[in-house]
Design a protein around this ligand. Structure first.
Ligand SMILES: [Zn+2]
Ligand SMILES: [Zn+2]
Length: 258
């Protein structure tokens, strides 16, 4: 069975693009075939590329004006192209403002049934993450050594966040730095009997971090508010006994309804 993947991309460009922008964009696009190289071999890995303007008279192009058909040896090569290849990623960043709409499908010749390819997961690495509240008034950085979410299912988190659980990491207070905005503070008495201070954006109310006095110099940062927080895996959960009954079944529940 062939492993070859055909990556089919259709673009509809913004009407405002100048000829110069078009020329530059196509020049860089066509050069990807030779400039995209594997990091180990330094050799090009795109098997073939076809590119051209739509010339169909059938009028079924749904506004798409150009087509690109790229072939890759296998899914791993395509995944590298889409998620890691610095040459392609730079091209994508520059192309984004030019493209009004696109259609992308990947096929494996002859395979007419079966599941989609798995989206590659890029595990975030330890480091300094920037965070921002919903309105952007408050921004901060947090040094995270375990970039994953510890879910808290306690009732307080549900009340304060209005969600099924909160997502957190505990870090030293020196590892958190507020760069803009002045968070407001709400204090309540925790289950330990000690005060817990919640710091949140005074404008949009996004919760930035909590400080339980019982934890000394440690603070609890909300990991989902950090840049790339959506890509962090789950690292664990606390107060699981308070978990809403449908949380574990969420995926099946939703899949059953579509
Ligand atoms: Zn805000
Ligand atoms: Zn909680």
């Amino acid at each position: 069975m062939t492993e070859v993947i055909t990556h089919i991309v259709l673009f509809k460009y913004k009407p405002s693009i100048t000829w110069a922008e078009f020329e530059k964009h196509f020049e860089v696009f066509l050069a990807l075939k030779d400039k995209c190289v594997k990091p180990d071999t330094r050799r090009p890995y795109m098997k073939s590329m076809k590119a051209g303007k739509n010339r169909s008279w059938e009028n079924f192009n749904k506004g798409m004006t150009h087509g690109f058909v790229l072939e890759f040896e296998n899914q791993a090569d395509l995944d590298y192209y889409l998620t890691k290849d610095p040459v392609h990623l730079e091209f994508s960043r520059n192309a984004k403002p030019l493209v009004e709409d696109s259609v992308v499908i990947d096929i494996r010749d002859g395979i007419l049934f079966g599941p989609r390819a798995k989206k590659p997961t890029t595990a975030p690495s330890p480091g300094t993450y920037t965070g921002a509240c919903h309105c952007g008034t408050c921004t901060w950085t947090a040094e995270i050594t375990s970039p994953n979410h510890i879910l808290c299912h306690c009732e307080t988190c549900r009340k304060l966040g209005g969600g099924a659980f909160s997502m957190n990491q505990i870090i030293h207070q020196n590892q958190l730095q507020i760069n803009s905005g002045t968070p407001s503070r709400y204090t309540y008495t925790g289950t330990s009997g000690n005060p817990v201070h919640c710091y949140f954006c005074p404008t949009c109310t996004s919760h930035i971090y909590h400080h339980q006095e019982v934890m000394g110099e440690q603070v609890i940062v909300r990991t989902i508010l950090l840049e790339n927080g959506g890509e962090m895996p789950i690292g664990g959960e606390i107060f699981a006994e308070g978990k809403l009954a449908w949380v574990d079944a969420l995926r099946e529940e939703l899949e059953g309804r579509v």
